[in-house]
Design a protein around this ligand. Structure first.
Ligand SMILES: Cc1cc2nc3c(=O)[nH]c(=O)nc-3n(C[C@H](O)[C@H](O)[C@H](O)COP(=O)(O)OP(=O)(O)OC[C@H]3O[C@@H](n4cnc5c(N)ncnc54)[C@H](O)[C@@H]3O)c2cc1C
Length: 389
């Protein structure tokens, strides 16, 4: 088989890139290790920056998002019973859209299938070959049968545990990592959200987030220790702990119900440099991870896709390789700023095991500064709605 771009990974990065390339007449084949249902069953991000919503419109897959997504013009931050709002629209002229990653992925799958895009599932043993040459190829197996695809370029969109990053030799790669000493226990429930905007809460018992997917689907998180098992948390214990961490008025208003999904996510900051090697380009979680505080994971994946898509488009339309040559440099410049924001926002709101009384006073002072300073609020809002591409 031969194609122009092989895309390893059928998550949001790989699907979005493949759909954007298709709109410009550039062929790709997507290789996904799992089944479509498995990918769609993963409950992950839910807050989309304007850069991502614009890309989804450009890719022709935004109709449902524009109909069913919720524009959010601000967010609430609480500490104990104190709560204040950051007004995104007032400070930046922009907003974010609440629309689940699962729905984005579903819309992308539908679009790729409508145009008979090449999406291969249950693909095993993907090996990227000769990425540093002018003639790369990828080998893989489906149901025990070996296959080979020759291509011009390879996009490594296969997440943190994929094969693409590991294809770049150690001597070329530098990795930067911070592992946080806690995780997030998340619950999805068919209940109305406690508030029509997200609430980021900190308290002596730790962090909590009140988020949502739609008017009757809520997503709540509480900070937990990394070695906990979600199965050991009853729904009642989860709701009781959440109520302890949010202001009393919101705790009283919280509608609880049975969880329909419950899982623990570890928190990590990670970046690999460079994000390209020869004709292999890393996109999204394959190259970087952020803690979910600040909702930057999916959005940063989207900015990578934007840079790579424009580089490939320029190459195929004009023969000029400036865009793809500069891909890693451009993508990383924005990635590091998203890493900084996610790290800062996480550090502000979580309780750390080794935190001193002084450290806690610093967090409160910073929260009070953020509450009272329009300049600090503007900086927060600018990062939250997403830095320009
Ligand atoms: C539990 C969890 C909760 C999260 N919550 C949030 C949130 O609230 N807000 C936020 O902004 N971000 C969140 N994120 C991050 C966000 O979901 C990711 O940034 C986003 O999924 C990145 O998309 P991606 O396509 O780059 O990677 P992925 O979504 O990881 O997709 C990679 C795909 O590659 C496939 N794959 C892997 N290895 C191979 C292989 N060898 N061969 C072929 N295919 C392969 C995988 O099966 C997967 O489908 C969360 C992440 C996790 C894990």
């Amino acid at each position: 088989m031969k194609t122009q771009v092989v895309i390893v990974g059928g998550g949001p990065s790989g699907l979005l890139l493949s759909q954007l390339l298709h709109m410009r007449g550039i062929d790709s084949v997507v290789l996904e290790r799992r089944t479509k249902d498995y990918v769609l069953g993963r409950i992950r991000a839910g807050v989309l920056e304007r850069g991502l919503t614009d890309l989804l419109r450009e890719a022709g897959v935004a109709d449902r998002m524009d109909r069913e997504g919720f524009p959010h013009h601000g967010t609430l931050i609480s500490y104990g019973d104190e709560m204040f709002r950051i007004n995104f629209s007032e400070h930046t002229g922009h907003m974010v859209t609440v629309y689940g990653q699962t729905e984005v992925t579903r819309d992308l799958y539908e679009a790729r299938e409508r145009s008979c895009g090449a999406l291969l599932f249950n693909v095993d043993h993907v090996v990227i070959q000769d990425a540093d040459s002018d003639a790369p190829h990828v080998t893989y197996e489906i149901a025990g049968v070996s296959h080979r695809i020759d291509c011009d370029f390879i996009a490594g969109c296969d997440g943190f545990h994929g094969v693409s990053r590991a294809t770049i030799p150690y001597r070329v790669r530098s990795e930067y990592e911070k592992v946080y000493p806690f995780g997030w226990l998340g619950v999805l429930s068919e209940t109305p959200p406690v508030n029509d905007e997200l609430i980021y809460a900190t308290s002596p018992a730790g962090f909590a987030l009140c988020s949502m997917r739609n008017s009757n689907l809520s997503r709540y998180y509480i900070q937990c220790s990394v070695d906990e098992d979600a199965a050991n948390w009853s729904d009642d214990a989860f709701w009781a702990e959440l109520k302890r961490r949010i202001p009393a008025a919101q705790a009283d208003a919280l509608v609880t119900g049975p969880s329909i999904e419950k899982s623990i996510a570890p928190l990590r900051s990670f970046v690999t440099e460079p994000m390209q090697w020869g004709r292999l380009f890393l996109c999204g979680d394959a190259a970087h991870i952020v803690p979910p505080t600040g909702a930057k994971g999916l959005n940063t994946a989207a900015s990578d896709v934007h840079y790579l898509y424009h580089g490939l488009r320029q190459f195929y339309e004009t023969g000029i390789s400036d865009g793809i040559d500069a891909y890693s440099h451009k993508a990383l410049a924005r990635v590091w700023k998203a890493e900084r924001f996610s790290w800062w926002f996480s550090s502000l709101l979580h309780r750390y095991p080794d935190q001193t009384a002084f450290d806690i006073k610093m967090q409160i002072a910073e929260l009070e500064f953020l509450r009272s300073s329009p300049a600090a609020q503007k900086a927060m809002a600018e990062n939250y709605v997403g830095l320009p591409y």
